[in-house]
Ligand binder design. Structure first.
Ligand code: AMO
Length: 437
């Protein structure tokens, strides 16, 4: 066999070389005397030419009629060609079908026909063969890389916490229960309690990139029941401001690295984020309601619709796709018993959300690390301190001040690539109606 190469590595520098490539047969254009096979692998697309005069009659027919999307191997000679899209083509000597695709395909890969989203998700392995979808998952992977790079370079360590847990952390309504050897257990909604316990363990700066589970009954374009949460927690902070600053730096790092190191990907996916000249705007919850009211929108609370409107207003005013909503009232962050309240106003927490184009992508803030106050807050939230025994114990033997955030990776990528539905950026999404594939 000649040298096996990736399609992305076939270029004019190896003009005249004998090569072998493997990939999916994207399309075939069969003419009387010549056939063009378009082959695609992860790194690129190339055209292979089969000339009738140079090929046995049966083989010419056979190779020209291989079903689309079959996995094939082609050997031949690289030839510079001004007619080929990539500037080079392969003059075919041999074609082998490694895995034949059945006909018809449940969905097309390059056809411009609109397919229902459900049909696409039912055939996701084919759907992800489409260039845009592949690019989205490549982008996701870079987002992980840059997040990890930023946090590790800033002294954070990556930890793992259990996903099978005995109690919830974000309110009972969205807990999935699991039969755990005859006892009731739950799928973790958030590593909240564990990342705080990591502060009691003296780890000081931690993060976790893992799945979180929420039995979200609502069928929205921004909720899935299994999502990827980046959780960060850090010790010895004096305010929620410090957490916001870290989050701002992290998102800037990710976006700037994508821009500088992956310009092709950004261009293909139209990743174009407006970043402010200075820092991300920080607007208190009550100011947000006032801003909305001044524009003629009367909301009592900031819901999804209010967020979208705010996103538009802020982006016009500050030329920024990001902004923080700060000082969440206790009544709004009801389930968040662990949030520290403001010294000068006990009805407010230092909690914030980070909004990206009018969608909440992060919540966080400084935690209450003083056990007496924490116990009161648990009681006020109507929760039983007995079910938080181990968590509470970790506050009894020296607990540094601390805070952190939970960053929804799926929503971040959704907004980055302007996907209308978060499921677009989750390879095998889970929601109320979908447990397959
Ligand atoms: P919260 O519940 O706000 O906070 O979640 C944090 C972020 O996670 C993402 N998210 C989701 N994404 C997709 N589908 C869902 N069903 C879903 N639910 C949440 C959002 C959200 O902003 N423990 C706190 C964080 C902390 O204070 O550190 C928490 O979980 O982007």
């Amino acid at each position: 066999m000649t040298k096996l190469v990736k399609i992305g590595d076939v270029n004019d520098k190896i003009d005249g070389n004998e090569v072998t490539i493997r990939g999916f047969l994207q399309d075939t254009r069969a003419l009387a005397k010549v056939s063009f096979l378009i082959i695609r692998d992860f790194t690129g697309i190339i055209q292979a030419v089969i000339k009738k005069d140079n090929t046995e009659h049966d083989k010419f027919k056979e190779w020209s009629s291989i079903p689309r999307e079959s996995v094939i191997e082609i050997s031949g000679t690289v030839k510079v060609s001004s007619e080929a899209k990539s500037g080079v083509e392969i003059i075919t000597k041999n074609v082998s079908v490694l895995s034949k695709a059945e006909i018809p395909l449940p969905i097309g890969i390059v056809d411009k026909v609109d397919v229902e989203f459900d049909t696409r998700l039912n055939n996701r392995f084919l759907d992800v063969r489409k260039e845009r979808n592949k690019d989205i998952f490549v982008t996701r992977s870079y987002v992980y890389k840059y997040i990890r790079e930023f946090l590790l370079d800033n002294g954070f360590i990556e930890i793992d916490t259990p996903k099978l847990v005995s109690q919830g952390a974000e309110g009972g309504a969205t807990l999935f229960s699991v039969d755990y050897f005859g006892k009731k257990a739950y799928l973790a909604q958030s590593p909240q309690l564990y990342k705080q316990m990591a502060m009691a363990a003296g780890l000081e700066k931690v993060f976790e990139l893992a799945h979180a589970f929420r039995a979200e009954p609502s069928d929205t374009v921004r909720h899935v029941t299994e999502f990827t949460s980046l959780d960060v927690e850090m010790s010895y902070i004096n305010s929620s401001e410090e957490v916001m600053n870290l989050l701002e730096k992290m998102t800037l790092y990710v976006i700037n690295n994508l821009r500088n190191k992956n310009p092709n990907l950004c261009e293909k996916l139209s990743i174009n984020v407006d970043l402010p000249q200075k820092e991300y705007p920080k607007i208190t919850y009550s100011e947000c309601l006032k801003i909305l009211s001044n524009e003629g929108f009367n909301f009592n609370e900031i819901d999804t619709e209010a967020e979208k409107k705010l996103g538009d207003i802020i982006s016009k005013k500050y030329r920024s796709d990001f902004f923080f909503i700060t000082e969440f009232p206790v009544r709004v962050k009801k389930g968040t018993f662990y949030a520290m309240r403001l010294e000068n106003n006990k009805d407010l927490t230092g909690y914030f959300d980070l909004e990206f184009r009018g969608m909440e992508i992060t919540s966080g803030g400084q935690r209450e690390h003083r056990i007496d106050k924490l116990l009161l807050q648990i009681e006020e939230a109507g929760l039983s301190k007995d079910s938080f025994k181990d968590y509470l114990n970790s506050f009894r033997y020296g607990m540094p001040s601390h805070g952190g955030f939970g960053f929804g990776v799926d929503r971040f990528v959704q907004q980055l690539v302007n996907a209308s539905n978060v499921r677009e950026v989750v390879m095998f999404p889970r929601d109320r109606y979908r447990l397959i594939p």
